[in-house]
Design a protein around this ligand. Sequence first.
Ligand SMILES: N[C@H](CCC[C@H](N)C(=O)O)C(=O)O
Length: 258
Amino acid sequence: MAQTFYKYQGTGNDFIIIDNRLLKFDKNNTKHITGLCDRRFGIGADGLILLENHDELDFKMIYFNADGNESSMCGNGGRCITAFAKQLGIIEKTTSFEAIDGIHDAVIEDDMVSLQMQNVANVLVTKGGLFLDTGSPHHVQIEHRVDHLNVDKLGAEIRFSGLYGEAGSNVNFVEQLDDTTFKMRTYERGVEAETLSCGTGVTAAAIAMYHSNKSSEENITIKTKGGNLNVSFKKTDNGFENIWLTGKATFVFKGELS
Ligand SMILES: N[C@H](CCC[C@H](N)C(=O)O)C(=O)O
């Protein structure tokens, strides 16, 4: 029987999402996942997400980058799978689900989804910027103007520089607009190109801007090519807690895998 797929986008970060509660999808077929994510020979997406059953929670999220490899947490994907779970009738307005970095709560209101992110204990100084892990690893550096940057080139140089070992890191370029607003572009590991937004990256940038005293607010708006995202958090003695990533998550179309 053909498998149905759903295409979602969260502020321009786009995903193929599949209801895999019957465990029929071959997670080890990297070539198949890469093919589905290919923008010419396949459906086209930055990543592929599986929704599976969980013993106690509403569902489990499994995330693959467009390179076909299972990856670390995807913030925009977490927002989109929440909207997908509502579309399937698994949840109403709130949920708790498990992802690779732990348990996430989320709240959905119309097409806006707020996703709680894992706490962040450390923000490290690195070559040219800051490094932190918000469920995925992120290099964050401040630029005067991000619009004119060659993000694919600069991002790849940092991502493959060895600065972050074999695993590498996502790379974020941030421009300050005012005390609570920043513009940002991201080179995404595993997509190996600029994406229109990156949820864990936006979260990292907001925290990095507060950490470096560029903002004094615990509620920051990040403008990305794909749309605006909001990050709220609480600074505590243990770092950053009660971190919420909020933005639109939209169903685009559904189809059948051949
Ligand atoms: N490419 C990332 C995972 C997806 C992150 C991004 N799509 C998000 O919304 O957080 C990585 O390999 O670390």
